[in-house]
Design a protein around this ligand. Sequence first.
Ligand SMILES: [Zn+2]
Length: 240
Amino acid sequence: MKEKKPIPITCQICGRTVSRSELMPAEAVRNSIAELIRKRHSNWSRTGYICLTDLNRFRAEYIEDLLEAEKGEFSSLEAEVVDSLKQHEFLSSNINVEFEKALTLGERLADKIASFGGSWTFILTFGAVLVVWIGINSVMLLRKPFDPFPFILLNLVLSCLAAIQAPIIMMSQNRLESRDRLRSENDYQINLKAELEIRQLHEKLDHLLSHQWQRLIEIQQVQIDLMEEVAKRSGSGTES
Ligand SMILES: [Zn+2]
């Protein structure tokens, strides 16, 4: 045996005196774990030793802390997303229904008249009325027509109708325009929200990529430490 004199070494944490192979120099302990130990034991020094039982306990605790922190971070991130969704509510709403609700009776009537005035039904009916009017007054010409040949009364009726129809159509057109404007505003809002959501998704992905990888690597390093120890010990076991 080339080993030095078996100086009794004690573990800093539990104070037990154990064999050299059961101890780990404090210097060899990973920084992040050493910090955790320092938090628990203020008299922890970098020059002493720690027994493997204690070291493994702290390693497990460290990994547990890591996982817990991650869980907390994630739930807070999720809460943020839910919060923002709650605040924005649903931006998309049926503009047509809301617009229709806000219409007054006169406006609704104007819309109906305008849509009727622009239909084939109106043109055909009106044509029929004209033909009947002219026909009646032509046939009754010999007796006593109520609107004789140049049809002056028909002229008056027609110009009155045109005079009324023009502003009604304009009213309806104005309303169509304002409805279109509302719709485009709504579209803009929805697009904006979608953009924000996508940005949030990006942030979430970035978080996953950067933070989680870091954590995983840290956990893996601790595991590698453990494996190295196991390998060393099984190696020394076969030697002796
Ligand atoms: Zn110990």
